[in-house]
Design a protein. Sequence first.
Length: 485
Amino acid sequence: MTRREGASPHRAADQGTAQPHRRGAALALVLAACGGSSSSRPPDGATVDAPAPDAADVDATPQTLTIRVAVDGDDARNGVDMPVRTLKRAIAIATDNARVTTIVIAPGTYSKQTGEAFPYTVPAGVIVSGPAAGGVTLAGSGTETGLDARGGRIRFLRFDSFALALDVAGDIALENLVITTSAAAVHGAAAANLVIDHLEVIAPGSGCATGIAIDSGASIRIATLSTRDLGVVLRTSDAGIVEISHASVVARLPGTACPGAMITIATTKSFAITDSEIDGGIDTSTGSVGPTGIRLIGLSVSGPTPATFTSTSLHNLATGVESLGMALQISGGTFTANFIGIDIDGLNDGVGTASLSRVTLDRNNGVGVKVRGLRSTARQTLTLRDCSVSRTNGSGVLITDFVTADLGTPASPGGNTITGNLLPGVNIVGAAGRSEVTAVGNTWRPNTQGSDATGHYPVTETIPGPIPVDVGTNFAIADGCSLMR
């Protein structure tokens, strides 16, 4: 057993309580030898209550201990009655004593100058906490890991200047943490189960810092995430469930070219993001190109991997969302000033789907929504309802090969508004594989290609291609394709 019970500060007291018990046992032997008895034998069949056991015979539940740390403490103390000075000493006590469940750190900065020597391994299940009001900083030199935690909770702390602030595994909760000027904030080991509640990560002044990276099989749930200037906010590799809510992700450093997307999710299970905003910091409508916002890679072998966006907005990015082999559902939210708002593609031979409702795509510099299938056996499907695709400096909806697109049918009108785009509102390319598109019940550019003054088509018709691409039109159709509108 790594954490030794013998190191308990109460050991001496436990040993002392055994002496009265031994004296009582000796007295009982003397009485028995002299024929003495406190009562006669009960009659046959009669019962008597067993005597109450001596207190020393009862195994009490092991007492849990809290170790306190303070900058004015003393490492010669036990940390229970009076605080120790360093987290190093508190970790050592907790490692040697399984009764320690919590380490509480008083406000102050804990660094090499105060006797710390990171990294530390937190015993499994132990809580390490500062006060709820904050004020505790663990400071490194920029080259080491801060804490290695295998389960438990880390809360109300600030980490400053680490190569990696937290390396975690098992069932672990991270609560109310701030991580600054560190090359990487959190790494989750394979099969870890991370629950994060209120995490703020601020990058160093240069470089491509990483917020959170988790390994194969790990799952992560994040409630309230704030990041600034990171190269990578979140990266998963063959992950389990990934959930994010109330995230505010702001910009990479201007002029910083970091590889990959700000958030890359490769998962076999599912991805969900709610009530969040991602801002790449570069208005691509001016011609500049920012990073990709969220790149989704579905790894399920049984079909598209579920991905859900609810009331989430992405701005100023090369691509807002890139979806590969996913069953993508987007409800609400805005995609503005990106080069491509939403890019839906196949992955190897995988089939992908995308369903958008009440989504606003505005002022995207290249394309509002782009969708492409790989082959006839791996068609992509797109459904749009009650969306707005406007003021794109290109095509509003670009449909390429092997796509089935439902932008509205006679039985289920689309209710979309597709206006003000420089190139066709719906552009069906489909050169290699025929795409099938319906777009009934939408509002288009008025008085254009047969639309009336309100931008509607009173009569439902199927329009065959080819209709060439032209500026300021409602649709263009490749040869061999058609559009019902």
